[in-house]
Design a binder for this molecule. Sequence first.
Ligand code: ADP
Length: 523
Amino acid sequence: MAQGKLSGTYAVIGAVVVAAGAFAYTSYDYANQVARRGDSSLVETTRDIAQEKVSRIENLILDSEQAVLAVVDPSNLKDLYRRWSDISRASPLIESIIIVDNRGQIIPDGYLSKKPKAEGDAFRALFEQQIVRDLPLGTFQKLKEIHHFNHEYRGRPSLLALTRVDPKLIVILEIDLVYLLQQIFIDEFQAAHDGGRRVYQIVEGDGSLVFGKPFTGISNKYMVSLPFPQTLTSWRLQMARADAPRLAAEERARRFWNWIFIGVSVVTLFAGLAILLFAMRTEKRANELKSDFIANVSHELKTPLSLIRMFGELLASGRTKGAESSREYAEIITRESERLSHLIDNVLDFAKIERGKVAYDFKVGDLAEVLSRGLDVYRYRLDREGMKLDVDIEPDLPSVRLDENAMTLLLLNLVDNAVKYASDGKRLHVSLARRGNDVLLRVADAGPGIPADERDRIFERFYRSRGVRGRPVRGSGIGLALVKHIAEAHGGTVEVDSTEGGGSTFTVSLPVWSEPEVKEPSA
Ligand code: ADP
């Protein structure tokens, strides 16, 4: 039954541990989710703004291209030449117009550029020698469709827009990237536009910076990186909130406190469980000791009672062998009833102590007298056990404050133990002496001694030492607990000094009584 109850408790503890684990996991997961949701909503807004910027820039480029293409008439290039300065002013993003045939040859009057003369000529040469070979001209068959071509020549990036305007001619527009970077990007991304709340940069495919400043302390989590899908295909726009480093630090702090919170809760829970388990084990041990105690006390009561009854009946029936045996029977009856009353005294006093109802009747008295009277009761029993009793009482001992009955009980328990456990030693030495402000009562036997690891435990209630548990030595395990309680109630202590096989000495020290100081009434 008790076993079943205990395993049920262990099952509950197991369940609590599992629940604690689940609690720790879910709360951490929840905290993470909340943080992630917060982060992603921050990033979403940034992404929307970045997307809008990308579209605006691409539309600017595409619109400029469309506007220029609308006025290019390959059959009337003279007109284009004439209007070139107007066109380039209206579409500042277009730096050059190159018109080629299907073989990539620039047709007569097919090159117009805003570049200064020398630079323009150099670009034309570069185009004819190198760029045109890289252009996949043959693949553009559909009229009016614009294709973009990003490349780097002599260390400078270039963006070309290619459109077939008729089956024989292709118009190539060179986009002015310097203008794009220095005018349009600055306009679009200048801090003033959104109060410096966001930081921008344009990077190439390999991550090298084309525009803007390097991001410092901004984790990828808070950064949005978008391509220019139609025009500047080798560049990306990267954007983040300017306060991203602060957000990251806040998040780290939040995570840290989450861990601390979860850690503290789990540790508290486990500490609680450990305390519970400890309490359960202590309770279980106390219960075991209590049932041993009940068994011991019942046994202790039964034995003397049956002896008393048996010898009483023998005396009553008159079937004794003579006066000698009658005297012996009467002695047995007296001895056993003494033992019985000693046990009952012990149990009753112990019960009072346990219920906290014990009341001592302290009087200032002479411990030597109490000791002599107590030992007189015992002398006969010691004789019978063949034990020699030495008593040493220092003369002129100071008085102590004591409860005579309790002190006799204390003495009898110590002497009784010596008779029970140490009668092989044949000697018992009881002494009383002054040591400083204490009077020391010593009961020393020459018995088997007490193992070192049990010397403290023998004073616990119900504790009986390993050596006697299996042996038929009568006892209840409360004698020394009573001794300790009584000694402490008198403001004293009890200690045991023992060597295994070399006897035990129990020393009770009680404070010397001193007259309380009476204050002189002030005049
Ligand atoms: P009980 O004598 O009823 O068992 P006590 O509280 O008086 O209970 O003693 C506790 C234990 O201390 C005893 O079981 C015994 O093993 C040990 N003990 C007490 N006195 C002595 C002694 N003089 N010599 C050896 N062991 C002792």
